[in-house]
Design a protein around this ligand. Structure first.
Ligand code: CA
Length: 270
């Protein structure tokens, strides 16, 4: 599948440092986003370590993919999905290990949301409260579940979604990279189609901008970098209370590729 993509990160209007990190590996169709936390500048260390570890792991030749962590992935997941899950497990351990060895880094952690497209198959791996969304035929679907206290309370019927949005406990995460030597990583797989748009974002976007606004922006702006920038600008116009990071990846119309191939083919014959 041909995919065009772009990402933007911004410190926002209130914070003095940007603890979000992202990486786009275009040749691999791999998209990684992480939101770091921890005092001083250690949130930045954690999120950078997360995206670098996952990028390096997935970019290795497949035969050198390293250890397969026994029992963490159900057998029905594809090899690529398991590989992405292993990459996230390794990122978790590296952050945990770094904090163990450097006492000033104690308490640092990071969210992680990664999307990897192989052929027409999308693999998603996720820990924390950053999000992945899929826009298909005008409908925006959240692909990930927030591992936050308020999201869990909504799932259990203790809070309404409205109460969750207003809660002072919004930042409390139930799962993050770096807290323990092992972490439970959510993984999912789905089939992608032409015109699908994938969005990864940190909570600095979703706390400032509504889902209908996200869907509208992705539909109105077909250039991925411009769409990401518009969403970041909107979060900042609303106050920019947090760092904000957005990655947009758009699946191209396959028929365009075929048409140009056919045109080239017929041109050669003439
Ligand atoms: Ca954040």
């Amino acid at each position: 599948m041909e995919i065009v993509s772009g990402g933007v990160t911004d410190v926002g209007r209130v914070r003095t440092n940007n603890e979000d990190s992202f990486r786009i590996l275009e040749p691999l169709n791999l998209f990684i986003l992480s939101d770091g936390m921890g005092g001083e500048a250690h949130g930045e260390v954690a999120s950078a370590l997360a995206v670098e570890t996952i990028a390096d792991y997935c970019a290795q030749p497949k035969e050198d993919s390293g250890v397969t962590l026994a029992g963490v992935a159900p057998d029905n997941w594809s090899a690529d999905t398991k590989r992405l899950q292993n990459a996230v497990s390794q990122a978790n351990f590296r952050i945990y290990d770094s904090a163990q060895k450097n006492p000033e880094q104690r308490g640092m952690g990071a969210t992680l949301t990664a999307a990897w497209v192989n052929g027409s198959k999308l693999s998603v791996a996720h820990v924390g409260d950053s999000r992945a969304y899929l826009l298909r035929n005008g409908a925006l679907q959240q692909l990930t579940s927030d591992h936050s206290l308020v999201a869990e309370q909504v799932r259990r019927g203790i809070l309404t979604p409205q109460q969750a949005e207003e809660s002072e406990m919004q930042s409390v995460l139930l799962r993050a990279l770096g807290a323990h030597p092992e972490v439970q990583v959510d993984v999912d797989e789905t089939e992608l189609f032409p015109h699908d748009v994938l969005l990864l974002c940190s909570d600095g976007l979703t706390r400032m901008v509504t889902e209908p606004e996200i869907a509208g922006t992705l539909q109105a702006e077909t250039n991925p970098v411009s769409a990401a920038q518009k969403l970041v600008d909107l979060a900042n116009e609303r106050g920019g209370l947090d760092n904000v990071t957005v990655i947009v990846a758009r699946v191209q119309d396959e028929s365009k590729g075929w048409l140009s191939w056919m045109r080239r083919g017929s041109a050669k014959k003439d």
